[in-house]
Design a protein around this ligand. Structure first.
Ligand SMILES: CCCCCCCCCCCCCCCC(=O)SCCNC(=O)CCNC(=O)[C@H](O)C(C)(C)COP(=O)(O)OP(=O)(O)OC[C@H]1O[C@@H](n2cnc3c(N)ncnc32)[C@H](O)[C@@H]1OP(=O)(O)O
Length: 347
């Protein structure tokens, strides 16, 4: 077998074809689409897994959505640990944009197998180049020692809220939409991977604020909706089965969806539309695998700082009955359009 000098990896020329999951034709089988994407990675060699099934990325660029790479890398790493180990945390870097038209090869390094914990390092490659690295820790569930948890924020239940996809359609027909809100809706629709709305329902708790339809954030739901915080209910639109690995991968997938916009939203109200908005790194602490993505989950995001082209966002993923299942942190690159050089000659 021919070997690539730089990566020490065998060449697999037959692996170059990629299949887009056409969620339109599989709309009746979301579960199969998610299984193909996350659990049916092809094992091409010991420690090497290939993903040919990529959910299509955002409309504006053929860039792979970050959450997809996180979910697939998690599945590849899980395939190399003993049954009984459950992921407890991951820490990742997005080093280069992925191309949705190319397959992704996941190379797993078995850093250590302990009795209670295992550690894996996964490198995602396209055309022999790293696009992503992640270190993942697995833990064999053990008995409680100390026990505590923050209470879940009090927000309106998902049943009382409108789906974001319905809101988009309703609002576009309204002639009185402020220009900043229209620009933001256009931006979001370009950014949102088309498969999202077929697979998941998104119900923002404060839709007016979410879509920049009013100037100030309200305090109307009995919780302080401070400007840099957002709450979105998320749920897969169909039963996806009982395999906890699929629920973990799908939750990791959606955990990257709302963080950047939480940092952007207060600035969007003043008309800011970024020229670049990309996830740089993403960390997840999985407190349990005992939850379902096909039941409502509340994703709470809070951007604590932005400056110098970067912003930090924290997240908490709650079950409807108030259990904290994921804590997340992300740094994002958010750049402004470059100012055009003045056409008038300098004095
Ligand atoms: C509530 C319900 C919600 C429901 C629905 C949610 C919806 C909401 C959407 C969902 C989805 C969103 C959220 C996904 C967020 C990801 O998942 S993003 C995808 C994952 N992340 C990535 O792919 C990032 C990968 N990393 C990279 O691409 C590279 O490491 C970086 C960050 C670009 C840095 O690389 P570098 O080589 O150091 O490059 P750098 O010098 O920064 O230059 C890069 C380019 O930027 C250009 N550039 C520089 N400054 C600027 C500027 N101001 N403006 C423009 N371009 C510039 C440069 O010219 C250069 O261009 P080229 O010369 O390459 O053509």
């Amino acid at each position: 077998m021919e070997v690539d000098d730089q990566n020490g990896l065998p060449h697999y020329p037959m692996l170059l074809n990629v299949t887009h999951i056409d969620m339109t034709s599989r709309a009746d089988d979301i579960r199969a689409g998610l299984i193909d994407t996350f659990l049916n990675l092809e094992r091409v060699d010991k420690n090497l897994y290939l993903a040919r099934h990529l959910l299509k990325g955002r409309n504006s660029l053929p860039v792979v959505y970050g959450g997809q790479v996180i979910g697939q890398a998690l599945s590849a790493a899980t395939a190399t640990v003993e049954v009984g180990f459950v992921p407890n945390s991951l820490h990742s870097y997005f080093v280069q944009s992925g191309n949705v038209d190319r397959p992704i090869l996941y190379q797993v390094d078995r850093i250590r197998d302990g009795k209670s914990f295992c550690t894996r390092l996964v490198k995602a490659l396209q055309d022999g180049e790293a696009i992503f690295t992640v270190q993942i820790s697995f833990h064999r569930p053990e008995a409680d020692s100390i026990v505590h948890q923050l209470p879940m924020p009090e927000v309106p239940a998902p049943d009382s809220l409108e789906d974001l996809s319905d809101t988009f359609e309703r609002i576009k027909k309204n002639a009185n939409i402020p220009p900043a809100a229209l620009a933001m809706i256009g931006f979001k629709q370009n950014e949102i991977p088309p498969a999202f709305f077929r697979i998941f329902s998104f119900r923002p708790v404060d839709i007016d604020s979410y879509l920049c339809l009013k100037k100030e954030d309200s305090h109307s739901h009995g919780h302080p909706t401070d400007a840099y915080r957002s709450y979105v209910w998320i749920k897969a639109n169909e039963n996806i089965g009982d395999d906890p690995r699929l629920h973990l991968a799908a939750a990791a997938y959606i955990s990257d969806a709302t963080m950047i916009e939480t940092a952007l939203r207060p600035h969007s109200k003043r008309g800011f539309i970024p020229s670049m908005a990309l996830t740089l790194d993403h960390s997840i602490w999985m407190h349990t695998d005992n939850f379902r993505v096909d039941d409502w989950l509340l994703y709470e995001n809070h951007s604590t700082i932005a400056g110098g082209g970067r912003s930090l966002i924290e997240g908490k993923l709650w079950t409807r009955d108030g259990r904290l299942v994921f804590s997340t942190t992300q740094e994002a690159l958010i750049r402004a359009h470059k100012k055009r050089a003045s056409l008038s000659p300098s004095k």
